[in-house]
Design a protein around this ligand. Structure first.
Ligand SMILES: [Zn+2]
Length: 590
């Protein structure tokens, strides 16, 4: 459908950001010239008065650029066929790059401020808005090298960042697209169609897709192994040069999360593996006695009859989130009434879903609602992001409101869990219950167990290399297969090709990233449990300590204040108990 034919009430109203294109243009020119003022602070940040003025100016400009950028990109996302919107987005991108270049002197200059002086600034109430920024600068200080060394690293950075780029070229440009026959049609194999083919009800189609897909990686396996091994080497070398104990420490320190959280996750997940094995066993039986690795994604329960029109789905989500109170509900309804949600699929619209917005002008949500059961969960999920932003933005200054990736998926997943429990309570229908319970179990399998397994693999690779072992096709694949067996257990046939799965995971080129998915769902399960069973005090705590906490301090500390200490066993135990209870409930429905 063309966008012009979509009912206005299903299109977002971006005038909350800029009343008109003309307003955008005015702000663009003003911001563009204001960026010129930044250069006046170069070489002067050692002086606290100047540093403070610089921070305030930077906030003002960053906020303007953010609003221009978000407005332009959201316009383009809604309709990529609109040439005017595309041009706007290009201009906003280049403005943002200009700002980045103009600000590039600031971090090295601030880092060069002597520690005592940084401490004074941190204690100075005038710097209250920048306290966490300054603390992060102080934290990184011991790992910053001399000007000359930093220059060399920065220049070489263009090369050392290349492994990710090389992998992307192999993975998304060089890989051919052989066809796989499914239900009489020949489907060209891409990353997108591969995951669809694995959901095909015909086992022969799944098997063929799996074999064809993995053959592509196997044909290039030596190249990919060399690429990954060098990427790991690079991470270890840079961590060592910067004086970190390990690449893991370097990465966790930049998240501002204790490295112990990573190892705690890997240790804690072990306790849940027997239940994962039981789940695999149940699936094997349901599949008729054998289950291959390529049978992991096929839905055993057809899409439940939750599919409804958008209005009804929205109402369901609002009801399901009622444990979060009246005010939360009022805000959800305002999202709809202020037309902050772009609902329908249309020509030129970006696929998928997201929540986005600029500080001070409220959040927006993009959907491609098609009425499936999964789409209802997407509404709850994206509104979770939106509300997290809204509460944090209104409680904190610009500099502290933005939350980090470590906590970014927590509020959204919490909402999905609340919706799931609501729907389970509401329905007596056996097929729907099975669908919901399976949905939840799969969420655990893919977001918790699978990501923890990836995390364990990354840790293995970096440690092995550090100990001087060579990372080869053989050593990487052997380690991967061992982990695959440990996680999925004996109910699954560990097909030969699965040992090469590490070779197709793009996230591995952002080392130590995926663990955040696993800790995120762990936190969400714990918080949902507290919201439903902890009484009013627990709900208030969720708002005050989490939704309103943005990124004003370490994301680990924020979750700890909210009642989820990821260095302790408890949240993992809660999550694993939840998995077990859900599994038993599904077994009872069978
Ligand atoms: Zn999300």
């Amino acid at each position: 459908m063309k966008r012009e034919f979509v009912d206005e009430k299903y299109k977002w109203d971006l005038s909350h950001m800029f009343a008109s294109r003309l307003e955008w243009e005015k702000s663009f020119s003003a911001t563009n010239s204001k960026i010129g003022e930044i250069g006046g602070y170069r070489g002067k940040l050692i002086n606290p008065e100047m540093a403070l003025k610089f921070f305030r100016l930077a906030d003002e400009i960053c906020l303007s650029v953010e609003r221009l950028y978000v407005y332009a990109h959201m316009s383009m996302n809604a309709d990529g066929t609109n040439g005017e919107a595309v041009a706007l987005a290009e201009r906003a991108t280049s403005l943002s790059a200009t700002l980045g270049a103009a600000m590039s002197f600031a971090t090295p200059e601030l880092t060069a401020i002597p520690e005592e002086k940084l401490d004074e600034m941190i204690r100075d109430p005038r710097f209250a808005d920048y306290e966490y920024t300054l603390k992060c600068i102080k934290r990184d200080k011991p790992h910053v090298l001399s000007d000359k060394e930093e220059y060399i690293l920065a220049r070489l950075g263009e090369v050392t960042h290349g492994f990710k780029d090389i992998f992307e070229k192999i993975d998304s440009v060089d890989l051919p697209h052989p066809t796989v026959k499914a239900g009489g049609t020949k489907v060209p194999l891409t990353h997108g169609t591969y995951s669809k083919l694995l959901e095909n009800q015909d086992p022969a189609v799944r098997k063929k897709a799996f074999a064809t897909y993995y053959a592509l990686y196997e044909e290039r396996i030596n190249t990919i192994a060399a690429c990954y091994a060098n990427s790991v080497k690079k991470n270890n070398i840079i961590a060592e040069i910067r004086g970190y104990k390990s690449a893991l420490d370097a990465s966790m320190e930049s998240d501002d999360v204790p490295a112990g959280v990573y190892t705690k996750l890997i240790e804690a997940v072990e306790a849940g593996l027997p239940d994962l094995h039981d789940y695999m066993e149940d699936r094997r039986e349901a599949l008729g006695g054998t289950m291959h690795m390529y049978d992991l994604y096929v839905p055993l329960n057809n899409d439940a009859d939750l599919g409804t029109d958008y209005e009804e789905a929205f109402e369901t989500v609002v009801k399901a989130l009622s444990p979060l109170g009246e005010e939360y509900k009022r805000r959800l309804i305002a999202m709809r009434d202020e037309r902050r949600i772009d609902v329908m699929e249309c020509e030129g619209k970006r696929s998928g879903a997201y929540s986005w917005g600029a500080y001070g002008t409220g959040p927006y949500v993009l959907l491609n609602y098609s009425g499936t059961a999964h789409d209802i969960f997407t509404i709850a999920h994206e509104l979770g992001h939106a509300m997290h932003s809204e509460y944090s933005d209104e409680s904190l200054c610009y500099n502290k409101a933005g939350y980090s990736i470590f906590v970014a998926e927590v509020a959204s997943t919490t909402n999905e869990i609340l919706l799931l429990k609501y729907l389970l309570n509401e329905t007596k229908d056996n097929a729907t219950r099975k669908y919901l319970l399976s949905y939840y179990l799969n969420m655990f399998r893919t977001t918790f167990f699978r990501q923890a397994m990836f995390a364990e693999f990354e840790l293995y690779a970096h440690n092995a290399r550090k100990k001087g072992e060579a990372l080869t096709v053989e050593s990487l694949s052997k380690a991967y297969l061992k982990l695959n067996k440990k996680y999925y257990g004996k109910a699954v046939i560990h097909d030969r090709q699965i040992r090469y799965e590490w070779a197709r995971i793009p996230h591995f080129y952002n080392a130590f990233y995926v663990y955040k998915y696993a800790t995120g769902i762990t936190a969400a399960v714990t918080l949902a449990d507290m919201i439903l069973n902890g009484g009013q005090a627990a709900r208030d705590r969720y708002f005050d300590k989490f939704l309103r906490a943005g990124g004003h301090k370490s994301p680990y500390e924020i979750l700890k204040d909210a009642g989820v200490d990821l260095l302790t066993d408890r949240p993992y135990e809660v999550a694993m108990r939840e998995f077990r209870t859900t599994l038993r409930a599904l077994e009872r429905e069978m």
